[in-house]
Design a protein around this ligand. Structure first.
Ligand SMILES: Nc1nc2c(ncn2[C@@H]2O[C@H](COP(=O)(O)OP(=O)(O)OP(=O)(O)O)[C@@H](O)[C@H]2O)c(=O)[nH]1
Ligand SMILES: [Mg+2]
Ligand SMILES: [Mg+2]
Length: 290
């Protein structure tokens, strides 16, 4: 009504302004439907991604069993890209079709909004997975676009965060030990998958180690650390020396060595449950006495 009353005295351009102003006041209330998902201060923000229906994806893309090194390399490369492109990630841990990213507790990136952090991690990871696919899988074509779900969990203390990462690495160990014995029984022992499953029912870790050792002469501890421990990515400072040609006034041009400290993402396949890793990398977590 206001618009119509005024329209007889305003130019078309001014009318546009009036109506867009009205549109703003009329519709902008919908903004209030957005909920506040700011992450609690002083907590580590963990974003964990997991491949959607990778049971099918791995079958269709002929992943080797129980572990496919091309796939693990691609996961790691994609996580590397997340760390380089997004701010404030201090450590990432991955195994199987999952990767966890830890944002430092003081991070103010995207005002600590959970949905922004999670969706940026998930989309950067997914697009990298597709972007680098060929580098790892060569002639094996990517048959359909893979996707990853994401969740955000907050951990207030260093102890909680270390226990979270320990939980994921223990999961890696339990699954990998089971899968190693299972596929050894099938691939080397000639059992059907149903027979192998039956054989492993109710067995403890020690029994599985024993089957591997006594029947197949495999010492599980000598299996690949990448498979047993998963992949931990952290930032490391490295001195890089480059030679440059320099010319000072009144001097001949000459070659000089310039050393610069650079941060690079470094991958480890080691135990992160014990204290040793944390004692050797004291700059990952800020000390909180816990
Ligand atoms: N062959 C093979 N399969 C793998 C490898 N890594 C992961 N997988 C498969 O990926 C699955 C991952 O498990 P989940 O994440 O629990 O299950 P999912 O099928 O992805 O289902 P949702 O995560 O619930 O969507 C495993 O059960 C395996 O089937 C690998 O290196 N080789
Ligand atoms: Mg999955
Ligand atoms: Mg999984």
């Amino acid at each position: 009504l206001v618009g119509r009353a005024r329209s007889c005295v305003v130019t078309p351009l001014a009318r546009l302004f009036v109506s867009s102003n009205m549109a703003k006041s009329k519709f902008e209330y919908v903004r209030n439907f957005e909920t506040d998902d700011t992450c609690l201060k002083n907590c580590y923000i963990v974003v964990r991604l997991d491949g959607r229906n990778f049971h099918r994806f791995t079958e269709q893309h002929k992943f080797t069993k129980p572990n496919d090194n091309r796939a693990l390399g691609l996961m790691s490369r994609s996580a590397h890209s997340v760390m380089e492109e997004l701010e404030d990630i201090v450590i990432a841990y991955g195994q199987s079709d999952e990767f966890s990213f830890v944002f430092k507790r003081t991070s103010t990136w995207f005002k600590r909004r959970a949905s922004k952090l999670m969706t940026h991690v998930a989309s950067q990871f997914s697009s990298s997975y597709v972007f680098y696919w060929k580098e790892f899988f060569g002639d094996q074509p990517l048959l359909y676009p893979p996707s990853f779900d994401g969740r955000v969990v907050l951990y207030p203390t260093n102890r909680n965060l270390k226990d979270y990462l320990s939980w994921r690495q223990a999961d890696c160990h339990v699954n990998n030990l089971y899968n190693t014995v299972f596929w050894t029984l099938v691939q080397k022992g000639g059992l059907t998958t149903a027979q192998a499953e039956d054989r492993l029912k109710g067995t403890l870790a020690a029994d599985k180690n024993e089957i591997l050792f006594s029947e197949f002469e495999i010492n599980y501890n000598n299996e690949s650390a990448l498979h047993r421990k998963g992949t931990t990515l952290i930032w490391e400072k490295r001195d890089e020396t480059v030679t440059k040609r320099m010319k000072r006034p009144n001097e001949e041009e000459k070659e000089v060595s310039v050393t610069r400290s650079r941060k690079r993402v470094q991958a480890y396949h080691c135990d992160i449950i014990g204290e040793q890793f944390w004692e050797e990398h004291t700059d990952i977590l800020e000390d909180d006495g816990c």
